[in-house]
Ligand binder design. Structure first.
Ligand code: ACO
Length: 323
């Protein structure tokens, strides 16, 4: 029985922290409004000349260290991102080069905020099909570059950062208990594409564009879609909500996280939350939150961990992992 386990995690946040008060100096907003509506206190913003692949490389190095592996041990790199350095090549091949990896293969995965969850499920499939043995799964974003900094309804919500996990094939012995990725469920529904999108791209405007969002519509869909996919994942694996040790949601917004937690009947102390410090870092948010909870000793070997995300597309998904 081939399984994929998470051997190590790591993360990176750009040095510059921008507080709500700092934003309130240039746009008509307030620390109180932002904290109350979305639970964000601050966000990290990449420096000029600091690119998504740089953030990804820093997170990847931290994850390799945590796993006790060198880049030579990796045979696949998946970078989940909406903000690649260039239209092409993939940020993943730049990460491959910067890490000094001359073997294996690398590609980007675009599922916006659900990118890391999609990438975990993708790496799990590649491992189970024998295409890869050890995979660096990275979520990395310089989302600040997609924001219109005069649009208060979107620019206060997002931040930059990267997180990574090293996933590895194990072959379970007869009678050995299940571990690693136990089940995943992925969904998308393109009918909702214009509820959250960037109004640019190589095939339309030839420009990068800015984030546009129908906030209340996104909110309306988020909690139901998240809970559906969490239940679908639990059902596949035969576990219930009460069995979860940790719930590590996409860090979009405190109200969405609290709403999903309450609907699932999860005690708040089992929910890992970093949105207050990191804001919404899109594909980086789940691995950033995982890194925080592993580093502070909450997530330990043997724990049952549910990750989930929902984002533009809409895309959404969840994975249940025995750590
Ligand atoms: N500061 C002050 N006022 C603001 C700000 C701001 N930063 N942004 C909007 N407002 C104002 C609006 O202009 C509006 O004013 P008006 O009534 O005078 O027109 C008022 O606040 C209310 O606006 P609404 O959009 O109706 O506010 P709502 O209560 O729906 O909250 C919010 C907006 C917080 C964005 C909410 O819709 C939400 O949480 N949506 C989910 C969005 C999200 O998390 N997206 C992340 C990407 S998706 C994902 O990752 C899952």
């Amino acid at each position: 029985r081939i399984r994929s386990v998470i051997r190590g995690v790591g993360s990176y946040l750009p040095a510059r922290i921008v507080t709500n008060d700092e934003l309130a100096r240039t746009i008509d907003t307030s620390d109180e409004w932002i904290r109350q509506r979305v639970g964000i206190r601050q966000r990290h913003i990449a420096a000029e000349g600091e690119f998504t692949s740089d953030l990804a490389v820093a997170a990847a190095r931290a994850a390799l260290d945590n796993a006790g592996y060198a880049i030579a041990d990796i045979d696949l790199i998946i970078v989940a991102t909406t903000t690649p350095d260039y239209t092409f090549p993939a940020a993943a091949t730049l990460v491959q080069m910067k890490l000094g990896m001359e073997h294996g293969f690398a590609f980007d995965l675009q599922a916006v905020c659900s990118g890391f969850v999609y990438a975990v499920a993708t790496a799990d499939s590649y491992i189970k099909n024998g295409l890869a043995r050890r995979v660096l799964v990275i979520g990395a974003e310089t989302f600040s570059r997609l924001l219109d900094w005069t649009d208060r309804s979107t620019c206060v919500l997002f931040g930059d950062g990267a997180g990574a996990a090293v996933m590895e094939r194990i072959d379970l012995e007869e009678g050995e208990p299940e571990r690693g990725v136990l089940a995943s469920a992925l969904r998308s529904d393109g009918r909702h594409w214009d509820k959250l999108y960037v109004d640019g791209g190589p095939s339309t405007t030839g420009t990068t564009g800015h984030v546009h969002m129908q906030g209340p519509e996104v909110f309306r869909h988020a909690v139901g879609k998240i809970t559906d996919v969490v239940y679908a994942t639990l059902e596949q694996s035969g576990y219930g909500v009460g069995d979860l040790d940790w719930f590590v949601p996409h860090q979009a917004n405190k109200r969405i996280i609290d709403g999903a937690g309450a609907k699932l009947g999860l005690p708040p102390e089992k929910v890992v939350t970093t949105v207050d410090r990191h804001a919404n870092t899109s594909a980086a948010s789940v691995p950033l939150a995982l890194s925080v909870a592993v580093a502070d000793g909450r997530i330990k070997q043997g724990d049952l961990v549910m990750i989930e995300a929902m984002g533009g597309g809409f895309t959404w998904g969840a994975s249940l992992i025995r750590w």
